[in-house]
Ligand binder design. Structure first.
Ligand code: COI
Length: 361
């Protein structure tokens, strides 16, 4: 479907005030955003405007019944200064799977990609130059009917804005296996990237943080036995030289970084198993001295070193970072590909192009 994007450029860029060497995660926003509305059964009014707040009616349905989905993706610049997106088609597909689960309209993939390319082309000056930093991209869809009553909304707002970011976890992460609360059940919404999944995780994460941990390690909702994912990322373990990550049960997020790591580790000759590992097996492996590494994987987190895991009263301190090989290799490969220092044999890095036609106001 063709989509004409009306572009209104800012006449007061904020970029000169940004310290690209010290980027907090998610607090700085670039100059422009893409917006479109879904009305009368179709997407319309495609535009890129200066980044701004918008007002919502108090009865806006997203605020009451949680029809809200989003994506998290990244743009980086290679050494020659060219902007690239990382696996944008996979994010487009995941967004639409989330939309289907939350009874929301799809945003067609070709339109999503055009919006993304046009926006990132325009704000490419906001892509941080430093390896390990990136322009984090947040496509979001919300239900906008002004109505109090539970039904799927008939109207929606889709928008994309971006933030220059440094690492989400600047330090190693300590995890507490959660034995009271659950994130998702089979048949629930755990696989969708939906706001409610994150809201439900806030209390357990806060309680874990009060005990000195950074995040929770989720277990399955039926038996509190099978490891699922961590608060903001998928989880990997290295046990006896084998890389293990929980399978996509239908309860955990289908991570783009998770998928990329599995592929690149296998291609580098590592044994990687998507295996329904239990927390008891993890403890046994630790006691036997076989738990060599653990790391989280996510768009924001990239590859984050897990330094400690506690289950009930059993405290597992993992080997120091110098003794780890696989997590650091995965991180260096992904960061290196994004910076254009390491060859990308998978075509995951998609050059940003300036698609036409786009009307500039
Ligand atoms: C992402 O990794 O993109 C997420 O949405 C996680 C969030 C904690 C920033």
């Amino acid at each position: 479907m063709d989509m004409d994007i009306r572009i209104t450029k800012t006449n007061s860029s904020r970029i000169d005030g940004v310290d690209f060497d010290n980027l907090p995660f998610g607090r700085l926003f670039s100059d422009h955003m893409f917006m479109a509305e879904y009305k009368d059964g179709q997407w319309q009014n495609f535009r890129i405007e200066p980044f701004k707040s918008f007002s919502l009616h108090p009865a806006t349905m997203a605020l009451h019944y949680g029809q809200e989905i989003f994506e998290g993706m990244k743009a980086t610049k290679t050494l020659d200064g060219k902007p690239y997106l990382f696996r944008p088609e996979m994010h487009a597909k995941r967004l639409n799977k989330s939309a289907a689960r939350m009874c929301m309209p799809e945003f067609p993939e070709d339109m999503f990609l055009k919006a993304l390319h046009t926006l990132i082309d325009l704000d490419q000056g906001w892509i941080p130059p430093r390896e390990g930093s990136a322009l984090y991209i947040r496509p979001t869809m919300i239900a906008t009917d002004e109505f109090i009553g539970v039904k799927p909304s008939d109207s929606y707002l889709f928008f994309i804005f971006t933030c220059p970011v440094g690492p989400y976890y600047p330090k190693p992460v300590k995890l507490l296996a959660e034995t009271k609360y659950v994130r998702a059940v089979l048949g629930g919404t755990g696989e969708a990237k939906a706001a409610g999944n994150y809201a439900g995780a806030l209390l357990p994460a806060k309680l874990a943080q009060e005990k000195g941990y950074d995040q929770v390690l989720w277990l399955d909702a039926r038996e509190f036995k099978y490891i699922q994912e961590s608060g903001t990322m998928n989880i990997f373990f290295v046990i006896d030289n084998k890389v293990i990550t929980p399978p996509l049960y239908g309860t955990i997020l289908k991570g783009v970084t998770r998928d990329s790591i599995i592929r690149l580790l296998r291609d580098a000759g590592h044994e990687v198993e998507e295996y329904p590992i239990t927390i008891d097996e993890l403890v046994e492996a630790y006691k036997a001295g076989k738990l060599q590494e653990s790391f989280g994987a996510g768009t924001a987190a990239v590859v984050s070193h897990v330094s400690e895991i506690t289950y009930k009263d059993f405290h597992m301190v993992l080997p120091p970072v110098e003794e780890r090989k696989i997590g650091p290799f995965a991180k260096a490969t992904i960061d290196g590909m994004r910076a254009g220092k390491i060859e990308d044999p998978y075509d995951w890095m998609v050059p940003v192009k300036s698609p036409s036609p786009a009307t500039v106001a």
